[in-house]
Ligand binder design. Structure first.
Ligand code: ADE
Ligand code: ZN
Length: 343
């Protein structure tokens, strides 16, 4: 590898980073998938790790989601969810991640008879183990599967009620095009009344109008993906003016063909317009890389400088659901790190 590439790799690894957009079920590596399938007597439609990896050739969000929901079926016991979560945080620690807000889809599990207590309990066990092992703090955002509709989302929220002190927010994910944010107004209003912070996937495959609706109708504080905002100059101006964070997932966007190639990714144009973009991995086991690889590949394709990467990492803390003093302390550490490693 060239020295300059080594240098960029080291710079990114050492840069304190928060991950704000990662679905824990999307960190299920094929090896663990097969191990849990064998352990739990779940039949997979693939004979080997190689065969499942060969199926990671997606042509749309839905083509990915079909496989992703099927694979999550191997998660049965509380220990399975804990093992999944611990493995993610081991990777995050290697990548220089220091904080995460992870997405968790309760309905993927409760719909097949795994209780909220088992699934969420296992994720929380994994979080506690990771904090012990790596000193990484994290929070959980439960996501409503939009293809199941608002009534099911409200049911999920009431099932989550006993656990709300362990959950920081509510998100909205799954198939976007036919399920606009505006259909979930009552759910988001109810979640806000319960003290949850609000985010939603919008403008991933859906149009810029869905980003507007997520802000106007659902009153979200951050937008997940949000890249279609690039089609709407007024919306870009609004995001910039309000300091709205976009949790962008560059490798995911290329793998799901919402962006043709990484060098054409709108992240640079949004960043230059002053939007608070962040870099995240979405479903790292499926899209070819964890947090570090998303930073590295994006920096290379979009020619991001170290100063720009540091600004993006700072955005990941500015947009986090952390107390202001903690955010400011992380941003100060990043600025200090960037000063020491420029050149
Ligand atoms: N669930 C997991 N990954 C997702 C994505 N990229 N978009 C919508 N829902 C998801
Ligand atoms: Zn996502």
């Amino acid at each position: 590898m060239l020295d300059s590439q080594n240098d960029l790799d080291d710079f990114i690894r050492g840069l304190p980073k928060a991950e704000l957009h990662m679905h824990i079920e999307g960190s299920l590596e094929p090896e663990l998938m097969f191990r849990l399938a064998a352990r739990n007597g779940v039949k997979l439609p693939y004979r080997s790790v190689e065969e499942v990896k060969a199926a990671y050739d997606f042509d749309s969000l839905q083509s990915f989601l079909d496989l992703y929901y099927m694979a999550a079926g191997v998660l049965i016991r509380r220990e399975d969810f804990a093992a999944l979560t611990e493995a993610y945080f081991d990777r995050l620690a290697e990548d220089g991640g220091v904080y995460a807000e992870i997405f968790f889809d309760p309905q993927t599990h409760t719909a097949r008879g795994v209780s909220m207590e088992t699934a969420l309990g296992g994720v929380l066990d994994g979080i506690a183990a990771a904090e012990q092992r790596h000193g990484i703090k994290s929070k959980v955002i439960i996501c409503c599967l939009r293809h199941l509709g608002e009534a099911e989302g409200l049911r999920m929220l009431s099932e989550a009620e006993p656990f709300l002190d362990r959950i920081v927010g509510l998100g909205l994910d799954s198939s976007e095009r036919d399920f606009p944010p505006a259909d979930f107004k009552r759910l988001f209003t109810a979640a806000r009344a319960q003290g949850l912070r609000l985010v939603a996937h919008a403008g991933e495959e859906g149009p810029a109008a869905f980003v507007r609706d997520a802000l106007d109708v659902l009153a979200v504080e951050r937008v997940d993906h949000g890249i279609r905002a690039i089609d709407d100059p007024e919306l870009i101006e609004r995001l910039t003016k309000n300091g709205t964070t976009l949790t962008v997932c560059p490798l995911s966007n290329v793998r799901l063909r919402t962006v043709k190639a990484l060098h054409e990714h709108p992240l640079r144009r949004l960043f230059e317009a002053g939007v608070k973009v962040t870099i995240n991995s979405d479903d790292p086991a499926y899209f070819g890389g964890y947090l570090h690889e998303n930073y590295r590949a994006t920096a290379k394709a979009l020619d991001l400088t170290k100063a720009e990467l540091a600004e993006i990492a700072a955005n990941s803390f500015r947009g986090a659901f952390l107390p202001d003093e903690e955010k400011e302390a992380w941003v100060a550490r990043i600025e200090d790190y960037a000063r020491r490693h420029q050149g």
